[in-house]
Design a protein around this ligand. Structure first.
Ligand code: C2E
Ligand code: MG
Ligand code: MG
Ligand code: MG
Length: 287
């Protein structure tokens, strides 16, 4: 009886594993196609200065415009892309497209910054083209000052191969491009990262912001992160601002910048331009 149950369990797992494997292979195949057919788009989520409500720039977020399935979000394909060795071409496209869009915004007289997300696979010293060269070229091709581009990394990247990542991050920073630590607090946060790695800005993960209004612990953590950041002369971005309460709270703590659905969802470049031209600054929120 037990044996039979055990075998059924085994069959259950293998069936699901096969499904997972074949699903993965399917996505991988579709991703290869997507790279060739240029099916990706970047959406931009505005980042505002919490002190005066001014839009200072945006975070570039990739979407996959699938010919039949519609818009697919990064959480559904970035991991597969990383494992299939496809994140390098995709990541290169992201950097180039973000710089091209930035150039376009600047040609319209909009002084803005853009932050791109980068995976640890893109930071290997053994990459075909080192990421610092990809960034350097994209800046040069679009005539963009390095101070207008930001690179977002996560804590997991630092754990991957510290020495290798350190070298890469230093190379990027030597170009004049600032490093943002994304989702701060969700990884195996170690304060020593802040000491050893060349980080310029910390983005407080939205899970802490979400909890900060009702949960005393989350609120304490947000306050502590702001204090740590500032005492290390880092700037802070609060992520996932969904309500005016979140906005006001972060502002009262002296958090420098903010991002979230309350301010704007990620939008197309054309919509972002319209927003900057029409609104530019969001004064009502700064009072
Ligand atoms: P992330 O870098 O932490 O980006 C923020 C995510 O939170 C975005 O999800 C954004 O749409 C979402 N978000 C923003 N404001 C709010 C809010 O107020 N409430 C809630 N609930 N969510 C909010 P998205 O665009 O689905 O991206 C998910 C993750 O995928 C990103 O997290 C990033 O880690 C990764 N990603 C996105 N674009 C790229 C890329 O070009 N390359 C790589 N390697 N990863 C990317
Ligand atoms: Mg990010
Ligand atoms: Mg984040
Ligand atoms: Mg994230």
């Amino acid at each position: 009886q037990a044996k039979a149950a055990g075998r059924n369990t085994y069959q259950f797992f293998t069936k699901n594993m096969n499904e997972a494997v074949s699903r993965r292979m399917h996505i991988e195949q579709a991703l290869r196609q997507a790279i060739k057919q240029r099916e990706f788009v970047l959406h931009y989520q505005p980042v505002v200065s919490l002190s005066n409500g001014e839009i200072i720039g945006a975070e570039a977020l990739i979407r996959w415009q699938h010919p039949s399935k519609g818009l697919i979000y990064p959480d559904s394909f970035i991991e597969v892309a990383e494992e299939a060795g496809l994140i390098e071409p995709i990541g290169q496209w992201v950097i180039e497209q973000a710089c091209a869009d930035l150039k376009h915004w600047q040609s319209l007289g909009l002084a803005l910054q853009v932050a791109v997300n980068v995976s640890s696979r893109q930071c290997k010293q053994t990459s075909k083209t080192p990421i610092k060269d990809i960034i350097k070229e994209a800046l040069k091709d679009n005539d963009i000052s390095p101070s207008n581009l930001k690179v977002e990394i996560t804590e997991s990247l630092l754990m991957d191969n510290s020495q290798e990542m350190m070298t890469t991050l230093q190379d990027i920073r030597d170009l004049g491009v600032a490093i943002y630590m994304d989702d701060f607090g969700t990884g195996y946060s170690s304060l020593s990262y802040l000491k050893h790695f060349p980080i310029d800005v910390m983005k407080i993960d939205r899970s802490f912001i979400a909890g900060s209004i009702d949960d005393k612990t989350d609120a304490s953590l947000v306050e502590a992160v702001v204090l740590i950041g500032h005492s290390l002369s880092l700037k802070l971005v609060g992520e996932g601002i969904e309500t005016k309460q979140h906005y006001d709270y972060l502002r009262s703590l002296g958090c420098d910048y903010g991002q979230g659905y309350f301010i704007s969802k990620p939008i197309m470049s054309s919509e972002f331009i319209t927003l900057c031209q029409q609104v530019g600054r969001l004064p009502t929120w700064s009072t």
